[in-house]
Write a protein that binds this ligand. Structure first.
Ligand SMILES: Cc1cc2nc3c(=O)[nH]c(=O)nc-3n(C[C@H](O)[C@H](O)[C@H](O)COP(=O)(O)OP(=O)(O)OC[C@H]3O[C@@H](n4cnc5c(N)ncnc54)[C@H](O)[C@@H]3O)c2cc1C
Length: 632
């Protein structure tokens, strides 16, 4: 009986692997798409926003010629993209740009050269193909008050969130105002249910937080809940999976005269502009890219270059790092930055690369009692045959989890730059080993091991409950500038984390809040309060103590890491206002035929994870363009 079971199990796995190879296209997919010399629309970057923009343009203008250029390979290059639990395995792979920041003066003390690793998706779907799939739209006043841009109030953006959405977590009432079904992007709740996440939600009472499962709904976002996730039937719903592939299939089946082309391994090196001699007006007329299909995505000065013309518009959706980089390489940016890199200025636009904002979190970990081990997300459990079979046969089980299953949003009431309606803290909870959270980001300094601060590196890999308190609206600002004029030289990323003391104080306050959650009765049966490694993890704060800094401030300045949400580097605003790069229709100021649509246009961070608003921005740019065609 046992033998028969194992034989069948192995057969199922082999069959599934074979089916995967047959059904899922090879990694070189889209690498050699034959191209026209010119298109009506060229979209640069097939990420959260770009894939949506291109798909909607192809769908809304079926007779147009639409081209999407993506620097990375297809998202089918790694099967871990589709499997939610594979999300922690995608960083530092060929699907990741693998940026690192400049050294941080006020933070990242424990990290190699005080730098932060900055993963960004380099594949179809962009960062939505490597992210943790948490779906958050933000607070109404993020749009109404913090953004404050005409045409971008919450009432203006809500229809576009709804247009995308297929919400499957509960049946929708007929008078539903905020959620929607029938859109391409499935939003669901976790399929697995863990008592450790239930304990997290129950512990919210320690902070006065009520359960609020519909935090993207009409009741607002404050409270504590299971996460909404962009996962469809156990498979990641990236913008490539949800929007791009269906649109390509529809375009292929349609009899319209238009074309919809996607080309991967196309590293765009600049937007090609022409300046009218008489009027001095600058217009985007195409893009130049390096073809890296034959060098497995590795771009260099030796890569063959090609120009495609855009007769109507170029849409730049290369993300909060890529878009300002490409703009500056094209001579559009702050004159001093361009001059320092030896790039001739086409349009002096001082806001390009400025206003960089990012969310910052600090892991606080609590060892668990033995009885929790069966509920922790561990490598061993994830790789077991039972788990694999559950996934292959039922699209269920542990492989459908993103790890980040619980979240809380609240206002501490201490942020003087925010209305009280906007949360200033988010807390995520992960019940797993330390490796996902910390090792992915922290290159721990050897001297910390020597000093006994990290006395046992294995402890970082041990299982436990991690709280991830996040500051949602930090006051510290950074910038993206140029290292050189080479498009293959990563730009300089300077987030200036924790430059403002108010950000440190808020993060420390949020850490104290996690201590209250951990001390709540809901966790009594799970957290091992007697363990010597119970937080504070390290009993001393060597360098911090000398400077008279509190233990938790020291912890924050050493161990806080990015939440991967950079925004703001091509800020949307009224033309002429200081720092504006794009107008409310996302048109680049001073350049005709060029729009930017991605995280970089956000004037401020939103109160939560940034993928949902990027998808909304992709919807909006397509709508602006299609509306202009119809004279709306
Ligand atoms: C590891 C990680 C985890 C995250 N987790 C979450 C989460 O759980 N929930 C959430 O809401 N948000 C999350 N985020 C953030 C969210 O995914 C991003 O904010 C969002 O995807 C950004 O969308 P975008 O369109 O601005 O850029 P991206 O999605 O990054 O797309 C930019 C695209 O442009 C391409 N590109 C860049 N430069 C060029 C060039 N020169 N030529 C051609 N192509 C180029 C890139 O390869 C990429 O495909 C996470 C991000 C990361 C990296």
């Amino acid at each position: 009986m046992t033998c028969r079971f194992w034989t069948s199990a192995v057969l199922v796995v082999l069959a599934a692997a074979a089916a995967y190879r047959v059904l899922v296209p090879p990694p070189a997919e889209f690498a050699h798409t034959p191209l026209l010399d010119e298109y009506d629309y060229v979209v640069v970057g097939g990420g959260s926003a770009g894939a949506v923009a291109a798909a909607r343009l192809a769908e809304g203008a079926p007779d147009a010629r639409v081209l999407l250029l993506e620097a990375g390979p297809s998202d089918s290059a790694m099967m871990e993209v589709a499997i939610p639990a594979g999300c922690s395995l995608l960083q530092r792979t060929k699907l990741d740009w693998q940026f690192t920041t400049q050294p941080q003066a006020a933070s990242h003390g424990s990290m190699h050269e005080r730098r932060s690793r900055w993963p960004r998706g380099k594949t179809l779907g962009g960062s939505s193909s490597i992210n943790y799939m948490v779906y958050v739209r933000g607070a109404q006043d993020d749009y109404d008050k913090l953004w404050g841009v005409s045409g971008w109030s919450f009432a203006d953006v809500l229809p576009f969130f709804r247009k995308s959405e297929n919400y499957v977590a509960r049946p929708l009432a007929a008078n539903e105002t905020h959620r929607a079904t029938g859109g391409p992007l499935t939003v669901s709740k976790p399929q697995t249910s863990s008592p450790l996440v239930d304990a997290f939600i129950a512990s919210g009472k320690a902070l006065g937080l009520a359960r609020n499962e519909d935090y993207n709904g009409a009741g607002g976002m404050m409270g504590i809940a299971h996460c909404d996730l962009t996962i469809k039937d156990g498979v990641r719903a990236s913008s490539a999976a949800a929007f791009l592939r269906p649109a390509l299939a529809r375009a292929a089946a349609a009899s319209a005269s238009g074309v919809f082309h996607v080309r991967t391994f196309a590293h765009v090196t600049r937007v090609v502009t022409e300046t009218d001699a008489a009027s001095g007006k600058v217009r985007a007329v195409g893009v130049e890219f390096a073809d890296t299909a034959d060098s497995d995505g590795v771009a260099s000065e030796d890569s063959p270059r090609r120009v495609v013309r855009a007769t109507t518009e170029v849409v730049l959706s290369a993300g909060a790092v890529g878009s300002p980089h490409v703009l500056m390489l094209s001579g559009i940016g702050p004159e001093d930055v361009l001059a320092a890199a030896g790039i001739e200025t086409v349009v002096d636009l001082p806001g390009v690369g400025r206003n960089l904002r990012d969310h910052l979190m600090v892991p606080v970990r609590f060892p668990t009692k033995d009885k929790a081990s069966g509920h922790l997300i561990t490598k061993k459990r994830a790789e077991s045959l039972t788990t694999l079979l559950k996934y292959l046969v039922f699209s269920g089980g542990l492989l459908t989890t993103n790890g980040l299953e619980g979240t809380a949003f609240y206002s501490t009431g201490t942020s003087d730059h925010l209305p009280a309606s906007v949360p200033d803290v988010q807390i995520h909870m992960i019940a797993t080993g330390g490796s996902d959270v910390e090792a992915a980001n922290i290159g721990t300094k050897p001297e910390f091991v020597a000093q006994g601060v990290i006395d046992d590196p294995d402890r970082w890999q041990a299982g436990g409950i991690n709280f991830l308190p996040i500051i949602l609206h930090p006051k510290s600002r950074g910038a993206i500038t140029l290292n050189s004029s080479s498009p293959f030289d990563p730009p300089l990323i300077q987030p200036n984390y924790l430059a403002e003391q108010a950000d440190v104080d808020l993060l420390v306050a949020a850490v104290h809040d996690t201590l209250k959650l951990a001390a709540d009765e809901a966790y009594a049966e799970w957290i091992d309060a007697s363990s010597p490694t119970t937080s504070p993890l390290y009993e001393s704060a060597p360098d911090g103590a000398a400077a008279g800094v509190s233990y938790w401030e020291w912890h924050v300045r050493n161990f806080a890491v990015t939440v991967y949400h950079p925004v703001g580097t091509a800020k949307m605003g009224e033309p002429g206002a200081a720092g504006t790069v794009v107008d409310p229709q996302l048109r680049v100021v001073g350049v005709d035929g060029l729009r930017v649509a991605d995280a970089s246009i956000m004037p401020t961070l939103i109160s939560g994870n940034t993928n949902a608003p990027c998808i909304m921005i992709g919807e909006r740019v397509a709508d602006f363009i299609l509306s202009s065609l119809q004279g709306r």
